[in-house]
Design a protein around this ligand. Structure first.
Ligand SMILES: Nc1ncnc2c1ncn2[C@@H]1O[C@H](COP(=O)(O)OP(=O)(O)O)[C@@H](O)[C@H]1O
Ligand SMILES: [Mg+2]
Length: 365
């Protein structure tokens, strides 16, 4: 029996999504092999041990997990996780951690670094791959080097806007190299926050300011009328890519409302209705994108399929994708013959396997 700590909640705007993903994981966890301990990360970033009633509550219904007060939990360098009980520090029994944290301070390598320092195996991408999954600019640089198809882009930093004549020169640059309409989004963010379509030059500056409220870098791309195709990749050294699915937003693009607020915001189609050749190409690009970012465990690789030209563009990777039972990642695995419960078991095995393999690496003479 392995003791798995489910780490959920988190400081990011996707806290509520995490409560839902973690509840689904608890419901599907194979209890013959895994005993869960719940550690909730409050919105202020503190780690709090949750009682067994939270687990019991998750098993009963289909509500998101709750996250209440509890003893503080800390990652201890070289010593796993510890819990503070009545002023004393006790160790918290843990064989591996499943971070179910979407977005910043969870999916971006920060928590992964903390778990590395604590010496614990954890599910999902390592530090570097997690950070690359968050930084759309750096990921694209690697994908371009690997010869993978991505949309052309420009990156604008907060400091660039302060330069004299910034607005005009950026308008000229975007108009000349990308054209209108364009699309502006923060480089390191998620949930479509700060993202917008820019139909003409005068709209560029306000869109950049909005994106730059969410990060220090904004990315500008041509706006593509595209179908959104997603591909689930699973594995360490020899990852597999499942048959792609399609997410068809009912909004102009897959914005925050469509993702989280509008129950009819998008239609999910698994498998995506695309030809066998295109499907195979997407799967092979997904694996190459995964390898280029040195990912492990899992990732959902997202694509655009240009409605006019039929071209495929790699858009982004999500290293801790939505994990509710109706989320794309587990559903695409399920459609490929890997039921949700077995997926969790497989992810745990991959985490332990990677940890084991790395334990033979020499770090000093
Ligand atoms: N260049 C683009 N052209 C058209 N729509 C885009 C473009 N880039 C992003 N979008 C839309 O915005 C959504 C969010 O962008 P994305 O790059 O996936 O960032 P994130 O999901 O991390 O917020 C996409 O799902 C898509 O609907
Ligand atoms: Mg996205």
């Amino acid at each position: 029996m392995k003791k798995v700590v489910i780490l959920y909640g988190g400081k990011s705007g996707e806290h509520e999504v995490s409560l839902r993903s973690a509840a689904s994981i608890l419901r599907h966890l194979d209890r013959r092999s895994f005993a869960p301990t719940l550690v909730g990360i409050a919105k202020d970033g503190t780690w709090l041990l949750q009682g067994g009633e939270v687990d019991a509550e998750a098993l009963r219904g289909d509500a998101p997990l709750s996250l209440g007060a509890g003893p503080r939990v800390f990652a201890a360098p070289g010593a796993g996780l510890v819990v503070e009980v009545a002023g004393a520090i006790e160790s918290l029994d843990c064989d591996l951690v499943f971070p179910v944290l979407h977005g910043s301070f969870g999916e971006d390598g920060t928590v992964q670094g903390l778990l590395e320092v604590a010496g614990l195996p954890y599910v999902g991408a390592p530090v570097l791959g997690s950070a690359l999954g968050m930084d759309k600019e750096k990921a694209k640089e690697l994908w371009l080097r690997a010869g993978l198809p991505v949309l052309p882009y420009l990156v604008v930093r907060t400091a660039d806007l302060a330069l004299p004549g910034a607005a005009e020169s950026l308008e000229t640059k975007v108009g000349g190299s990308l054209g209108w309409p364009a699309f502006v989004k923060p480089v390191c963010a998620g949930s479509s926050v700060g993202a917008s379509k820019v139909s003409r030059a005068q709209e560029l500056l306000p869109a950049l300011r909005e994106a730059l409220a969410w990060d220090e870098k904004a990315m500008v791309e041509p706006f593509v009328e595209a179908r959104e195709i997603e591909c689930a990749v699973l594995g360490n050294a020899a990852p597999v890519a499942y048959v792609p699915g399609e997410i068809a937003p009912t909004h102009e693009f897959y914005d925050y409302e469509a993702k989280y607020l509008d129950p009819d915001g998008a239609r999910l189609e698994i498998p995506a209705r695309i030809g066998a050749e295109q499907s195979a190409r997407i799967r092979s690009i997904a694996i190459a994108a995964y390898a280029a970012c040195e990912l492990a465990g899992m990732a959902r690789v997202d694509f655009f399929l240009d409605k006019r030209s039929g071209e495929i563009y790699l858009n982004e990777v999500n290293t801790i994708p939505g994990f509710t039972s109706i989320s794309m990642y587990p559903r695409m695995c399920e459609a490929g013959g890997l039921p949700y419960s077995e997926l969790i078991t497989r992810l745990a095995e991959l985490a332990l396997e990677r940890h084991q393999r790395r334990s033979s690496i020499r770090f000093s003479r």
